[in-house]
Design a protein around this ligand. Structure first.
Ligand code: RP5
Length: 167
């Protein structure tokens, strides 16, 4: 089952426990005017749904899939296995004692031929996944290019202001 909402970005996560991290991603997408399809789909617990989602994502209007998971994180890989769309992976620290390194290595170490663009562990990666997705969309959309330029300018000004406040 894929949402009927017309949106170019899907955010899938392995568990509702990943939402505390992925909120940053969804909010950042919202700042760019994108309301993503958001799904909880597990590569291990609901493998058939994962395969079905990835297989049908493109024809449902999705252009970029962001996939987040913790522990032996195979969700992004499962998406990349079935979809020809770009897949961005976000490793989540699930509190299993390895600080998210388990998920990072599981997400990043894809075999040749099945790439996953892997972000940093946790909220930084979640936020960057949203920005990276918009950068992909911006290749064919001047509106997103303008929004990205404004975002960069705001970010720069923010640092300059903080520096000025210290002087
Ligand atoms: C992964 O296992 C999920 O992505 C989550 O990060 C982790 C733990 O899942 P829960 O036990 O919290 O559902 O598949």
């Amino acid at each position: 089952m894929v949402s009927e909402k017309a949106t170019p970005v899907a955010v899938v996560m392995g568990s509702d426990s990943d939402m505390k991290v992925m909120k940053s991603c969804i909010e950042q997408l919202g700042d760019f005017g994108i309301e993503p399809v958001v799904r909880i789909i597990s590569a291990h617990r609901t493998p058939e749904i994962a395969a079905d989602f990835a297989e049908n994502a493109a024809e449902n209007g999705i252009k970029v899939i962001i996939a987040a998971a913790g522990m032996a994180a195979h969700l992004a890989g499962a998406m990349a296995a079935k979809a020809t769309l770009p897949v961005i992976g976000v490793p989540v620290d699930s509190g299993a004692g390895l600080g998210g390194m388990d998920a990072l290595l599981s997400t990043v170490q894809m075999p040749p031929g099945v790439p996953v663009a892997t972000m940093a562990i946790g909220k930084a990666g979640a936020k960057n996944a949203a920005i990276f997705a918009v950068q992909i969309l911006a290749l064919a959309d001047a509106n997103f290019r303008e929004k990205l330029a404004a975002f960069k300018q705001d970010q720069k000004q923010n640092v300059i202001n903080k520096d000025a406040d210290l002087q």
